[in-house]
Design a protein around this ligand. Sequence first.
Ligand code: HEM
Length: 469
Amino acid sequence: MSVDRTACPGQPFAQPGAGVLAPSRTLRFWLDPANLAARLEQAGPVVPTRTGPATAFQINDPALLRKVGTDEDTFRFWGPDPSLRDFNEDGVVGLEGAAHRERRALMRPAFTASRLTALGPSVQACTRRLLADLPTDRPLDMRVEMSRLACGLLVSCLLNSELAPDTLSKIATARSTLSGGMFWRYALAPWPWVPVPRRRACRRALAELDEAVRQVRARHRPDPDSGDLVSLLEAAAPGNPHVVQRDIRALLIAGMETSASTLAWACYELGRNPHYQQALREEADASPDSSRLHAHQLPLATAFVQEVTRLHGIPFLVRRTRHQTSQGGVQIPAGAVVTLPLGALRRDRNRYRDPDVFDPQRWLPHAEPPPAPTALLAYGLGPRYCPGAAAADAMLPVALATLAGSRTLRPARPGRKIGVSLELTPTPKGLTMYATPCEPRLADTGPAPDTNSDSVSGSGATSTEKGHT
Ligand code: HEM
């Protein structure tokens, strides 16, 4: 398949089709490799940048970036920050040191290869069920719909549970409020007198999330060997439901946030590059058993997700110094914010040919130059490396292939400006699309894979039954 490389020559944000991307000035700064390369040459490996009255330190040197990302004795991860206590206290994200390592080790058996292998078909079945409820006759806010899909998948396929349909819808709507709330609380922490936007809405969203976590625990179906995530957490804290509640909450926030934004940006790119919708369908249809998809049989869907991450993934990681330190010859005071500009690295001309062009082909197994997915640092690094990384790799390509196989996505307002929200993970703001059912194909008319028959949506209907009218 050929890709139209002339769509946006040299213009990172002017992308016609699904809408013109219009990120804020702040975000533009984080994504612009010129800030990285030029600053590395002119200003050195660590660049102080003024944000309001405070100074943040941007790590420009990739080698130093790895050091900062892994050294928790000097640089504190954002999770345990006091400004985020309401969200993270007692959960894996809010713990440090030995307690953090223990909690991570506890979860590990739930992510073994044999368990992840089973994920593909259950993700396919769950995606079909969730898509069956999507209206076909009106534009959809893809940010909300992909949050619903991401949350439904996490709950059903990783947490072995289900949510009432109205709870799932509430969480999908609340995701953005929660994520933005966390972002602003952390960002404005040095100035406690500055009001954090939408504080009350964020508290309500957190309460809704807690209700969802209660449902997850109440409706949990343990695996026969009790090796699933929720069983492991429950067994490790008998008689302490508070800790389990906080860990499930952390997994839901972190997992839904990143998966939802990846899927929403994938929809944006499918709208701009409709030929990929057909290509993804063909790939899924050609897999050995198209009613039981597995990510490793979907190289194009995997490459598509990787390219979405490259262009739209988390633009920077953030840490605070625990004490004064000298890095790259620069003195950084205690309590200073240090940023790791992954977004700019991913658009660096020295690393990627035509870095501003959306080109999933660069990640295909035989691409030239050979792909190096680890260079993306999509899942972070060091002690905070994403524990759900392997699960996300197994789930998202299958969800994307199932989405492309059952719905045709079309921008509702072509040419409209698409904003980029400043949240934990930036998501496309104002991305409305039609999702019309595709023509039924042979693969859709067979029985849905027999996994997790209690649907998250509660309907149990496949896309064939409901969506393909
Ligand atoms: C496309 C999907 C995903 C992406 C891109 C992603 C990315 C990341 C990144 C970059 C970090 C490190 C953040 C930092 O160092 O500041 C992280 C941490 C984390 N992720 Fe993911 N993630 C994804 C999916 C998931 C899923 C599905 C889960 C749940 C099972 C999950 C759970 C977590 C948790 C709990 C942490 C915090 C780890 C800790 O504090 O030790 N993530 N993720």
